[in-house]
Design a protein around this ligand. Structure first.
Ligand SMILES: C[S@@+](CC[C@H](N)C(=O)[O-])C[C@H]1O[C@@H](n2cnc3c(N)ncnc32)[C@H](O)[C@@H]1O
Length: 307
């Protein structure tokens, strides 16, 4: 029997196919590079007057700082992290919250919410006003989400243990903004030194995940008010989980526009407008692919407005 390529060889080949050289090599390099640790000061929880932010400021994100990877425990083991006022988070998650741009008093749907880092950021941008509906389908993750947000001082959120694909039918046209931080193959979380981070990665799983993402995005769009904003994001590199999912929505005849995203302060590429032999809706170029480096996790984010 011919030798089958191992998982890492398959992954490396896919990065080549997705990004081409030299970007594929730098993305691959970032998967073996230790990451800086970013944290965000959660304004919903009081912090001691004596606290002075440490590390470097993350430009473009109020209250966010990062420390070198060798100092990561100064963040993860900080007393503020257990008290909920200092929140370890990757800048890509902060970007998703910035792109959603929730306002005071609005009604927001967070359709795949656990463990809740982005829900927390949204609640903070709304100063705990309005209402967030946070949906999570996995029971243990649902309980963790509730406990996490309570610890962090979030009071404007209602929690639903439900499949996000059912929500659009139940409450069509309801929300001012919807965040779909979709379950994905988590390729950007792969660490080459840690086989547990890629034990479940396989090309076949990407196809299954993409089908689910298409169903979730359709539901998210249905739940949105006319004129409302929908942010679709993943931490996958695969175009099947990103541009093709958005393309499936746009080509289903919905009235939607893809809006530009300001990423002057973020290492990124525009969304792809072709994949293999398929030509995609050209507006998907307004989506953003965050390129992973020593600070940022790889990420895809697309902002849509319902007509
Ligand atoms: C990428 S994670 C979300 C991370 C979260 N937004 C945060 O920032 O902390 C995706 C979540 O979607 C959940 N999920 C998977 N399938 C789902 C479904 N059909 N409906 C709702 N949530 C789902 C997963 O259990 C997982 O918790």
């Amino acid at each position: 029997m011919a030798n089958r390529p191992n998982v890492l060889e398959q992954l490396r080949d896919r990065l080549d196919e997705i990004f081409g050289e030299p970007t594929a090599a730098s993305v691959w390099g970032s998967l073996s590079q230790p990451k800086a640790q970013t944290y965000w000061l959660n304004p919903l929880q009081p912090r001691p007057d004596s606290f002075a932010p440490f590390g470097k400021r993350l430009e473009g994100f109020d209250g966010a700082y990062h420390v070198d990877h060798v100092d990561r425990e100064s963040v993860t083991r900080h007393a503020g992290a257990s008290d909920g006022w200092l929140y370890p988070i990757n800048p890509s998650s902060l970007l998703a919250v910035r792109v959603l741009d929730a306002r005071e008093g609005e009604e927001i749907l967070d359709l795949a919410a656990a463990p809740g880092g982005k829900t927390l950021g949204i609640a903070a941008s709304m100063h705990n006003t309005g209402r967030i509906a946070a949906v999570e389908v996995v029971k243990a993750r649902f309980h963790r989400l509730r406990a996490n947000l309570k610890r962090c001082g979030v009071t404007n959120t209602t929690f639903y243990l439900a499949d996000g694909r059912s929500i659009g039918r139940k409450v069509p046209g309801r929300f001012d903004r919807v965040l779909l931080d979709a379950p994905c193959s988590s390729e950007a979380r792969i660490r080459l030194a840690d086989p547990t981070t890629y034990a479940h990665w396989k090309p076949r799983k990407i196809r299954e995940t993409a089908r689910k993402q298409v169903g979730l995005l359709r539901s998210a769009f249905q739940a949105l008010k006319p004129g409302g904003v929908l942010v679709y994001c993943t931490c996958a590199f695969a175009p099947q989980e990103n541009e093709l999912v958005v393309d499936a929505l746009l080509s289903s005849g919905v009235d939607a526009e893809v809006e530009p995203i300001d990423v002057a302060d973020v290492p990124s590429l525009p969304g792809f407008n072709t994949w293999q032999d398929k030509t995609l809706d050209p507006r998907i170029e307004r989506a953003v692919r965050v390129l992973p480096d020593a600070l940022w996790d790889g990420f895809f984010v697309c902002r849509l407005r319902k007509g």
